[in-house]
Each structure stands twice: as structure tokens, then as C-alpha cells.
Write a protein that binds this ligand. Structure first.
Ligand SMILES: [Zn+2]
Length: 742
């Protein structure tokens, strides 16, 4: 009791004396109300609960593309199923094309501000929303009986008032007629869709996405997810079945979400024959449309129209691409429980690399992701070439990367392949494991980048893939502007979202897999999360809980540190003491006063200020355990055996300081004087009782020449200069100071 009391006193007094912060910050405490508490909807194990519910929206859409005026016109009927326990008097519908209007936050945003000299592309952001007739024209909103419904548009959201309240377990049907001017992709910031114009042959490639008014999500944690669409926060969408008919110029080819229902009406006999071959070609792609055929098709424009009919089941969105420029190849992929068709569509400007690499990259992504989570369930997986960036939709993605005059550098090619793998990977997160992107960009980007980087490491070892050390520069950056991962998507800085929402969670998951949990258990837990939440809407807490539940590792300290703070990893090997045991025995009666029973105590002075091993080991004396310790116990230590086990051994006491704030496992590499080495791994829990400083003692048979913390760079330690002993020679205190503060 007294011992305890004195500890408490020390704890209370120290902070006011010392310069270093030694305050207990509860880094190992449970998350508590930092995440939503479990409920009957989302249970405490991180799985959907007994009463979990989710809305559903089925769509029937007829759309027509006018390539002269670049206008898309459509009529749709939504059947909305209210599976919630709530009565709904109105519904919210997303009108994302309105983001291009003047009301949008994007308006007037000249990146970097107006300067002496500024490009016309930048300046057009000031005038474009005024001159371009952006956004939807809504022609009508009607209910199932044809009665007009009252609708009110608030920027990218439309509230539709229902004639009758929609009760639980009922459905409502309403129809919307709309049109909008398709945007030129190159003119918009971070444009996910639009058309690309090719002046040489005067053709367009249309990349059509968030094109039809879509139901907003209504769920147990948000009610209506009706936050406006701005920039980074992408989509929150309900699942449903789609029947879509798209009318385009007769010589266009459409790549789309879903299965084509009327190939006889829109494809030639030769194309259908080749598609049949592709359905049975598991080792290489088959050209459905060859280069020559695509080039021929570019030359004239048909005035006739054709209607393509697609069906897609259990998807949360629908996108398509249309052009007469497309070259098309396809290859079948056999997964344990599904056979699917990997396809690529690209203009001749993508040759030759798109023909060589795109479908191959789709196949690689499908195989690695399926193995890590669940088999890709959809009938097709499509990669469409664009000039830049990559953007994902169910079964189809628009992927940047293009050669210049047929030539592409290895780095650019790897970048292109990496983009395709990433965007195809988004089929899992968030297209099937359907998190709320508008709130949590990291939940889809972070988890997807983690598997995308694993695919690159496994299937493209020659290309570089993200490793923990790649996040160091970001993590030691300016704390005054950094946000934790648990930050709403649109509140992140443009210059930082890649690091904070993609790479940091990727590295966090890599550290969990490689260092904290171990591959086997981690992979099972990750699979558990993916399978629990497929076709559902998980929240961050559901992921956090599942990874603990399935591994028996309390990870609240990890979520706290990595997801709720901007702390970094910096373990400082502050002090090393080296001891050897004196050979002669000293009985309790004869021992010197400074030697306490049971302690390892240096026989002379302090040794902590050494910067290398040159002074040799300090000696200590092992005393016999006093009788009083044994008290009424009958068994006793074999003193000789303990002594024999320690005789001639080297004992090292390491003082570790946590300079970065994140409590982390410690990996120690011991290099011995004979050149051999070994590694010790300490769990993060060593920091439980003191989050700032910890001493650990090790016994080694051999003499140690060098000690290195995080030798394999698996922990994202931001300052490696304080990770080694002997301390790096030649560095003055001033240099060390400079390095720490840069
Ligand atoms: Zn992404």
C-alpha cells in the first residue's frame, strides 16, 4: 500500500518539475463514446445486429445521349422500399450534377489564388459556372399514379414531399424526368465524369456517372445522409436492381454496369461471336473490336440511333461510357464461386499499353481481392481509358494513363496499372462493402489502397508499392494543419487527403497485419469485416470492433492513436546499460549496503551516459534471496542454477522514450560482435504503465556490437537517428536539434 501511495505522489508531482510531459493520457483506455455505442442495429462484435435494416431503391431508367449538343436526357422510375422502423413524410434525392453550378462551393476557386500570371484554365473557374448551363433541368417529379409531387431543390439535394406518409415495410414509386449538359472533363476540378474531346478525329468519349437523380441513404446512424456534394466526400448510396435503356448514335459502343440484354440489336454477328470466344478464354484477352475496326468507325458519324438495354442486380450505382472510338477486349476469369468477364475499352490513343496491360490488371485485381475478402460477385469488371485520374463505379471504372506518341515510361505504365487495380478494387470498398464516403473517405480509400498495394506487391513486384516508411514525411509534417484520419471527408485539405485518407490508413493496416496482430489472424478478421458488411453500410466503429473481436487483440490504443490523433511514431533508444554478473557469491550478511535484494544493481556509479560500449560492462552482484521472501512457502530457488544461467552472460538494460506520442510495439535488432544478429519484439502494451518512458532488460549470450530499433522499417518511425546504439558519431547536439525541428 505504501509503495502504491508513493507512486501516486511521484506521478502527481513530476509534471510540474520536469520539462518532459509525463502526464498519463489514457492511451490504452477503451474508446468508449468516441465511437457510436453498439445497438440492436449494429452489435458489440462489429457485425450487423439482430434488427439491422437498410433501405432499397430499384431504378428503371431510359436515357438518350445527344452528341451534337452534349446533352443527356432521361426519365426514371424509382421504387423505394422503406425497411426502416420509421414513417417517412418526405425523401431526399441527390442531384450531383448541380455541383457544377454557381451555388457550388467550387465556384470562384482559383487554385493558389490570382497571381501575376495565371493560366486560362484556372481563370475559367471564375466564369465557367456563369456561362455553362450546368446542372439539372427537372421536368417533373410524379408519384406512381401520375400526380405531381412537390419538390424543393437545395443545391445538390432535392426534397420530395410524399402525398401519403411512407410507413415501415411499405414501398413508394415515383418518376423523375430530367436533362443536363454533359461537362467537358478537362474544364472541371477533380472531374469524375464528363466527355473527352479528340480534335484530330472530332469525336468524343463520354464517361457518364452520377448522371441520374439517386436516392440519398437513410439509416440508423444518420437519418437522411443529405450532406451536400462538394469535392472529396463522394457518395452514400442504397442498393437496388437496375433496368437501364440507353439510346446513343448507332455507331457508338457502350461499356456499362450490368449485363447487356439485347446483344443481337446492338452488336454485329462478328462481335457477338468474339464475345462468345472471350467467355471461354481464361488465359488471354480476345479482341471484340480491333484497332482497325475502331479507327474505321471514327471516320464517319451515324445519324441513326440504337438503344442498349442493361440489367444490374444488387448494385449501389450505375455508370457507363459511350463512344465510336472504342477498341474492346475481354477475358474470362474463374473464381472459386463465380466466373466473370474482365474487359477493357480504350481509344487508339491508349495503344499499345492499354491492349497489353489493362485487362491483365483487371484480372490481377479480381483474383487478389477475391482471395482476401469474398469472390467478385458481378458478371463483368470493366476498365475504360481516360486521360487522367481514376474513378470507380460498380462493375466499371474510368482509368487514367496514356502513352505519348505510343511511348510510355516504366513509371507511367506502373502508375496506369496501379490506377486500374485500385479502381477495380473499389468494387469491394465501397461498391459492395458500402461505407458512407461523404463522411469517411478513409473507409473506402484506405481499405482499398491497402488491398491495392498488396496486389501491386504480389503481382507487380517490379513496381514500387506503399510501405510504412512512405508515410513518414507526412506524419512528421506541420501539426498545426494536420487532421486525424477520423475527419469528415470534405474537411481535409486538398494537399493532404492522399496521405491522410489513402496512405496513412493503408500503413496502419499494414502495421496491424505485419507487426501487431500477425498475418493469419489479421487476414481472417479483415475477411470477417468484408463478409459481415457486404451489401450493407458499415460505420468506423463496426470495423474497429470486428478487427478486435476476431483476433483477441485489444486495439483501442491503436485506433485512438492512429485514427483519432495526428501523433507519430518516434521511439528513442535513449540509454543502454551493459552489465555482467560478478563471479563470486555474496551472502546476504556480507553484501554492501547499496545492493538491494533481488535487484540488478551496478556495483559502481551510473552508466547511462555512455554513447557506446567502449567502457565495457558494469559488474553487479547477485545476492541470495532472503528467507523472509519465502515466508511459509516450502519450495526454494536453486541459487546455483540461477547463477549458472547468468554466468558470463551479457545483460543489457534499454531505456526507450516515446517521443512521437503513438504507443507502438518495439522491434529490437541485436547485432553481435561476431557479426550475427537476432530480433526481439515487444508488444505495444509495454507502454501501459508509463506512456512516455520504459526500461527493459535482456540477457544475451554474445556480446552486442550494435542495437537498432525498427530495423526493417515496419513501424513508420519518423526519426531513425535516435534508433541506434552506439549513438551515431559526429553529430553535434545542435545538428540533432536541427534535425528534430525541421
Ligand atoms: Zn480510390
Amino acid at each position: 500500500m505504501r509503495y502504491l501511495l508513493s507512486l501516486i505522489l511521484v506521478g502527481l508531482i513530476l509534471p510540474s518539475f520536469g520539462q518532459e510531459n509525463t502526464t498519463w493520457q489514457g492511451k490504452f483506455e477503451q474508446l468508449g463514446n468516441m465511437i457510436a455505442p453498439p445497438s440492436t442495429y449494429r452489435n458489440a462484435s462489429g457485425a450487423p445486429g439482430a434488427d439491422y435494416w437498410q433501405q432499397r431503391a430499384d431504378y428503371t431508367i431510359k436515357a438518350e445521349l445527344d452528341e451534337v449538343n452534349n446533352v443527356l436526357t432521361g426519365e426514371e422510375t424509382i421504387v423505394y422500399y422503406n425497411n426502416s422502423p420509421d414513417v417517412l413524410k418526405y425523401v431526399w434525392i441527390q442531384l450531383e450534377q448541380n455541383v457544377n453550378r454557381k451555388e457550388s462551393e467550387d465556384f470562384g476557386d482559383v487554385m493558389g489564388g490570382v497571381k501575376d500570371s495565371i493560366s486560362s484554365r484556372q481563370m475559367q473557374f471564375l466564369v465557367r459556372p456563369i456561362e455553362f448551363p450546368a446542372g439539372y433541368t427537372i421536368k417533373y417529379v410524379k408519384d406512381g399514379s401520375g400526380n405531381t409531387l412537390q419538390s424543393l431543390v437545395n443545391n445538390t439535394m432535392m426534397r420530395v414531399n410524399l402525398k401519403q406518409p411512407l410507413n415501415p415495410n411499405q414501398s413508394a414509386s415515383f418518376s423523375i424526368a430530367w436533362s443536363y449538359h454533359i461537362t467537358d472533363r478537362s474544364m472541371f476540378l477533380l472531374s469524375r465524369e464528363g466527355y473527352e474531346h479528340y480534335p484530330a478525329d472530332n469525336n468524343n468519349v463520354y464517361l457518364i456517372a452520377h448522371w441520374f437523380p439517386r436516392m440519398a441513404v437513410y439509416n440508423d446512424t444518420e437519418g437522411w445522409q443529405n450532406k451536400q456534394f462538394q469535392r472529396l466526400g463522394e457518395f452514400a448510396l442504397e442498393f437496388g436492381n437496375y433496368e437501364v435503356e440507353i439510346t446513343v448514335p448507332a455507331d457508338h459502343i457502350i461499356a456499362s454496369t450490368g449485363t447487356l440484354q439485347n446483344p443481337k440489336e446492338v452488336l454485329s454477328a462478328k462481335q457477338r461471336e468474339r464475345l462468345e470466344l472471350a467467355n471461354n478464354s481464361f488465359d488471354k484477352p480476345i479482341q471484340i473490336i480491333t484497332t482497325d475496326e475502331a479507327v474505321e468507325s471514327e471516320k464517319k458519324k451515324s445519324t441513326k440511333r440504337k438503344t442498349w438495354h442493361f440489367k444490374a442486380d444488387n448494385v449501389r450505382d450505375f455508370a457507363f461510357a459511350s463512344s465510336r472510338k472504342f477498341i474492346w477486349d475481354a477475358q474470362a476469369v474463374k473464381l472459386p464461386t463465380n466466373t466473370t468477364l474482365a474487359m477493357s475499352f480504350y481509344p487508339k490513343e491508349g495503344l499499345p499499353v492499354w491492349m497489353e496491360e489493362s485487362t491483365k490488371a483487371v484480372v490481377n485485381a479480381l483474383e487478389v481481392y477475391s482471395h482476401a475478402t469474398f469472390d467478385y460477385p458481378y458478371p463483368v469488371a470493366i476498365s475504360v481509358n481516360t486521360s487522367n485520374i481514376g474513378m470507380e463505379f460498380p462493375m466499371i471504372s474510368f482509368n487514367g494513363g496514356r502513352p505519348v506518341n505510343g511511348k510510355i515510361s516504366d513509371a507511367a505504365k506502373n502508375g496506369m496499372v496501379s490506377t486500374i487495380v485500385h479502381e477495380v478494387g473499389h468494387n469491394w470498398f465501397p461498391m459492395i462493402v458500402s461505407s458512407d464516403e461523404r463522411q469517411w473517405m478513409w473507409m473506402d480509400e484506405g481499405l482499398n489502397t491497402f488491398l491495392h498495394q498488396r496486389t501491386m506487391a504480389e503481382r507487380y513486384p517490379q513496381a514500387s508499392s506503399t510501405k510504412p516508411k512512405d508515410i513518414v514525411n507526412y506524419m512528421k509534417g506541420d501539426q498545426s494543419i494536420m487532421r486525424p484520419i477520423m475527419t469528415t471527408s470534405d474537411n481535409e485539405l486538398f494537399g493532404q487527403f492522399g496521405a491522410n485518407f489513402y496512405r496513412k490508413p493503408t500503413v496502419a493496416l499494414q502495421i496491424l497485419r505485419e507487426t501487431v496482430i500477425g498475418k493469419e489472424l489479421f487476414d481472417l478478421a479483415f475477411k470477417e469485416y468484408a463478409n459481415n458488411w457486404k451489401y450493407k453500410h458499415p460505420n468506423p466503429g463496426d470495423l474497429f470492433r470486428t478487427l478486435e473481436e476476431a483476433t483477441a487483440v485489444d486495439l483501442d490504443w491503436f485506433w485512438r492513436g492512429w485514427f483519432f490523433t495526428t501523433d507519430n511514431v518516434d521511439i528513442n533508444l535513449a540509454e543502454v546499460k551493459w552489465y555482467q554478473m560478478k563471479t563470486e557469491n555474496i551472502s546476504l550478511e556480507n553484501k554492501g549496503k547499496q545492493v538491494k535484494s533481488g535487484d540488478l544493481t551496478a556495483s559502481s556509479g551510473t552508466t547511462g551516459n555512455n554513447s557506446d560500449f567502449s567502457q565495457g560492462p558494469e559488474e553487479f552482484t547477485m545476492t541470495e534471496t532472503p528467507d523472509a521472501f519465502y515466508s511459509q512457502f516450502l519450495s526454494r530457488l536453486n541459487e546455483e542454477e540461477v547463477r549458472a544461467n547468468l554466468e558470463g552472460k551479457n545483460i543489457y538494460e534499454l531505456k526507450l522514450k516515446n517521443e512521437g506520442g503513438l504507443v507502438m510495439p518495439v522491434v529490437i535488432k541485436w547485432t553481435f560482435t561476431d557479426g550475427s544478429s537476432e530480433i526481439d519484439r515487444l508488444p505495444a502494451e509495454i507502454w501501459r504503465l508509463n506512456e512516455h518512458e520504459v526500461s527493459k532488460t535482456f540477457v544475451k549470450n554474445k556480446e552486442v556490437a550494435k542495437i537498432t530499433i525498427d530495423p526493417n522499417l515496419e513501424l513508420a518511425d519518423v526519426d531513425l537517428s535516435n534508433n541506434v546504439f552506439p549513438k551515431i558519431a559526429g553529430k553535434s547536439k545542435f545538428e540533432e536539434f536541427k534535425e528534430k525541428n525541421k
